[in-house]
Design a protein around this ligand. Structure first.
Ligand code: DSN
Length: 414
């Protein structure tokens, strides 16, 4: 940071402030994590200076022999990590990766099936304001009102009725295992392409703590910065038969020059995820989420589906007569970050919905275990229950800082 401090002390100061916020606070946003310093060094490298439109050995600019070496290594590591037949490592982030999949295998107006946003899905899985919902003819499946779980019989019913060209499985706020094989069998029945978006759980899949859809599904996308703990970005994995269409769709279909510095950082993250310690991290992340959910239930909170199989949980705050916004603000005041979340069949609006989403990936990366996860749940409860008292929230904030100090972001990484 020496150069930055000299050239631009304002931005250097802002970065220092954000680093302190992260260091002193507790990160419970289920889609966030702390990358390693090695990942950050790769991102802050000379590779940012290069244009490399095209693919390994087939670039539209000269001077790419070193970049080719990096991208080939990145692809090889991703293939090894996920057992994928083909990987495109160039997508800039999750939504562009998903857009590339649509462009590769369906045409505007084609029928597609995905999980509804307020039932745990993602904007790019067919929401009407998103490119997906605007360009394709979507039918959306929901979770069951009683169990809040995806009911595969209902998915099959919708699929048989709509006969979509593609079926999407994946989520950004769902805490239970996905039955990949059941999705595949329904897709086979109606002749649909299978597309899994594992952005949230990719690290847990890579760490073999959750079942992988990669051998089962035609196409799988993931971001690289959530449980996978890499830089902000994404990859697309697919069966060899889709390779050409996917690659053409990413470039020149959607993107220009790849972000080589970020792709180098993806390669570093894949190497880290291939180490045995990462499998321990993945398992611990789930155990910590389960411990947190258990403690919150004990304290009278309703957790959707009554628990979790992965790294996240959605808390229905109607159990405490509070809203997501009130809880998010109270938690922010004590240095705990979370995201407010709609719950299935929510009667409230997205800006102030009935729930919050919490996750364990980031605090697990700091080396926290089950006893700390229970402590974190107690701190969440204290903040929420004292939302109206700034005085009491100050006391909770001191406890949050005390816990965070014991587990430095870059001290005890798993
Ligand atoms: N924004 C991500 C999340 O928080 O789940 C999904 O894109």
């Amino acid at each position: 940071m020496q150069h930055l401090k000299q050239t631009d002390p304002e931005i250097a100061g802002i970065i220092a402030k954000e680093t302190l916020r992260q260091e002193e606070g507790l990160e419970l946003i289920a889609s966030e994590n702390y990358t390693s310093q090695a990942v950050m060094e790769a991102m802050g490298s000379t590779l940012t200076n290069k244009y490399s439109e095209g693919y390994v050995g087939k670039r539209y600019y000269g001077g790419n022999e070193v970049i080719d070496e990096m991208e080939a290594l990145c692809i090889a590591r991703a293939k090894e990590l996920f057992g994928a037949e083909h990987v495109n490592v160039q997508p800039l982030s999750g939504s562009p990766a998903n857009l590339a999949v649509y462009m590769a295998v369906v045409k505007p107006g084609d029928k597609v099936l995905g999980l509804k946003l307020d039932h745990g899905g993602h904007l790019s899985h067919g929401h009407p304001v998103n490119f997906s919902g605007l360009n394709y003819s979507f039918s959306q499946y929901e979770v069951d009102e009683k169990t809040q779980r995806i009911d595969m019989n209902k998915v099959r019913e919708v699929a048989l009725r709509e006969r979509p060209k593609m079926i999407i499985a994946g989520f950004s706020a769902y805490s239970r295992d996905i039955d990949w094989k059941a999705f595949k069998s329904i897709a086979d029945e109606v002749g649909a392409i299978t597309f899994a978006d594992i952005a949230h759980i990719a690290g847990l899949v890579a760490g073999k703590a959750l079942e992988s859809p990669v051998p089962i599904f035609d196409i799988v996308t993931t971001t690289t910065h959530k449980t996978l703990r890499g830089p902000r970005g994404a990859i697309i994995m697919c069966k060899a038969q889709f390779q050409k269409d996917i690659d053409r769709s990413v470039f020149p279909g959607i993107q220009g020059g790849p972000h080589d510095h970020v792709n180098a950082a993806k390669a570093v993250a894949f190497k880290e995820a291939l180490q045995p310690a990462f499998a321990d991290y993945a398992k611990q992340t789930i155990k910590n989420a389960q411990a947190m959910a258990g403690e919150l239930i004990k304290r009278g909170y309703k957790i959707l589906t009554d628990g979790t199989d992965n790294h996240l949980m959605v808390v229905d705050l109607r159990s405490k007569d509070l809203t997501g916004k009130v809880a998010e603000v109270a938690l922010e005041k004590v240095g705990i970050s979370c995201s407010r979340s709609t719950i299935p069949f929510d009667t409230r609006k997205a800006m102030d919905p009935s729930g919050i989403r919490l996750g364990s990936p980031a605090f697990t990366s700091r080396g926290m275990g089950i006893s700390e996860a229970v402590q974190v749940a107690a701190l969440v409860d204290s903040a929420i229950m004292n939302a109206a008292s700034d005085e009491k929230l100050k006391g909770v904030k001191a406890q949050v800082q005390e816990l965070s100090k014991k587990f430095p972001m870059y001290g005890k990484k798993a």
